[in-house]
Design a protein around this ligand. Sequence first.
Ligand code: PLP
Length: 389
Amino acid sequence: MIDVARARELTPGVGKVAHFNNAGAALPSRGVLDTVIDHLRREADTGGYEAANREAARLEAVYHSAARLLNCAPDEIALVDSATRAWDLAFYAIPWKPGDRILTSKAEYASNFIAYLQIADRHGVQVDVVPNDGLGQISVEALREMADERVKLVSLTHIPTNGGLVNPAAEVGKVAAEVGALYLLDACQSVGQLPVDVSVIGCDLLSTTGRKYLRAPRGTGLLYVRRTALHRLDPPFLDLHGARWVSPDSYEQQPGARRFETWEYGVAARLGLGTAIDEALAWGLDDIRDRVYSLAELLRERLGELPDCRVHDRGAERCGLVTFTLDGVPADEIKTHLSARSMNVSVSRAPSTLLDMTDRGLGELVRASVHYYNTAEEIDRLVRELATV
Ligand SMILES: *Cc1c(COP(=O)(O)O)cnc(C)c1O
């Protein structure tokens, strides 16, 4: 079990805000903060290149930490600067041909869907959206019916940004494997919140961010590329880090996933990501999930007691993202009211997950996303405040 008092002692921000925007960016621990600031000082004192050289072993260790987190090999990890960049690097590396199909889900994130539409226009690729099942998650049965050998990519968001459900990623992986399609998982909201094991899920590609449930600094992200998928992909950009210029008219790509990286990156932030991953592993992802899920259920229960409040979360497995509306009160007004009382929530709007929000007849939602360092007392305060809006 998570020692909550200890977790809060190690999190400077909890004394200043009740933070329910962990799905936006979670509060970093003191350890992450110190790692980043110490390295910025080192850069100022010794020079940026020299400081990085001194930390070479710790920088290398970040790949090993990420590999432990996702249960893969270190050479299957590329470290990049955001989840979207990680996702794009994978998606645009696929050699699209006219007639290829993409199968995706209703609750897909806007950035992903915009990329599908661009590639559809550019290459005559067909985008097919798999319907939901009765619980609001992707229907694995419908997916299996729609899948055929023309499907080049199955692309799924593990936890949609606008609601509490966790899609059945491993079941989807089985279908993708049956038709020989590549499988790309947007795990932006799940990594750091629950155990995510790429060998269980069966994805070829996975993207995630550092700043959300992993509690890492902003400007960090990572991409997993299964070793056996590398030969089916061609990185959309290559620089002198992703490849080596070996003769006037030839180059060689890096052997592993690092071919997707660029030479330049924020060294302090990457070290901070390493610390954040190590801390998540030390707490234990099973324990983090248990704590997050039970706080979220408590919040849903308490919101259910407010007469004007509607909780909109769906799914068989419900996670730390809690979404609701208050009848007659705009979401921004709720957010502003809470913010003035040092409580952070966020607002999800239709254009971020257009298909899903339109289907459900929703224009906007308030999202209160909990982490393991939140408390029942903070939830009390939040609900009490909501009753006065
Ligand atoms: C936040 C989010 C993203 C984007 O992550 P960035 O780090 O901002 O690029 C992508 N997909 C989902 C489901 C998200 O919630």
